[in-house]
Design a binder for this molecule. Sequence first.
Ligand SMILES: *Cc1c(COP(=O)(O)O)cnc(C)c1O
Length: 371
Amino acid sequence: MDIGKTMKKINVTQSLLPKLEDYVKEIETIWDSHHLTSKGSKHQELEAKLKDFLNVQNASLFANGHLALEAALEAYQLHGEIITTAFTFPSTAHAIIRAGCIPVFADIKRDDFTLDPASIEKLITNRTVAIMPVHVLGQVCDVYAIESIAQKYNLKVIYDAAHVFGVEIDHKGVGQFGDVSMFSMNATKVFNTIEGGLLTYNDLSLTKQFELIKYYGMESAESIIYPGSNLKMNEFQAAMGLCNLVLVNEEIKRRGMVVKTYLAELSRIEGIECPIYKDNIKYNYAYFPILVTSKINRDEMYQKLQENGINVRKYFYPLVTDFECYRNQYSADLPISKFVSDCVICLPLYGELTQDEVKYIISTIKGLLNE
Ligand SMILES: *Cc1c(COP(=O)(O)O)cnc(C)c1O
């Protein structure tokens, strides 16, 4: 079958959407109440439901994930160095800089692309105030090792958990680890509220901090106690979240089936490395990154797949440290990050990807490698 020529491009992901009539029904009550934003009933309902769904202690909604990450740093009033990864979306490092801190880039592990605890520990100085690891591409960090480093050096741990909505480690929600975790609910993520972010945390006293940052530092109409911002999620976003929350388990199940097929067909091929899945982790199958280590290199593979109508992505290339606005400003020794960034391709992955499309992607890759 030649999908590349006869069908539209296969995208790397496709936003989860409810049936239109279900969304319309969900937003009808907004017309009854005329309450469009600011702690409306949809917002309250979604916040409570997400707390349960994600199996976390506390949860606070935001307009988007990036602003939520900035708010997490602002709540702790951190000043100094924050150790993070260069193999991530720009948002992670930008949030550190925008909060007035300095990013320090540690290297990642070859097997799951998350921060290498040994590399973190080497970079700790008396200026280090926190660690911001990323549960990258649906894989989880070595949370236990990171926890013991944080305890040893008295550091905050703020996870960028943008890619791990619904993931559990040893039957605990991934958002229970560290001091704060940020989940993105942007349209391209496994679960979306169109745009949206969520902070999860164990320390209940952070709730008030987050509310002040989110709502102009307003304690009551006439009592403004902090120069806060406006980071509120509105009722239409929350309504989308309520509709998609009903669908997300099925979405994850379907993604899991696509992953099973990819693994069965690609994992033994010379020149391709597939992700590793561990028994103690419940995954959300957010992405399917492969490393291309064959004679045809990553860029050639990328080009050929694009030409064949398969819209794969180089997540994450270039490294953050190679962006124009970061280059030559941060000394960073990142051989594994560089290797992974130079070899990685994320294959299409979403619930509605058909078996025919998956087979077409696999046979195209095999064809390129003469398998
Ligand atoms: C998507 C993403 C963000 C930002 O989230 P938004 O909701 O899009 O603002 C931050 N970090 C990572 C790793 C992401 O992929």
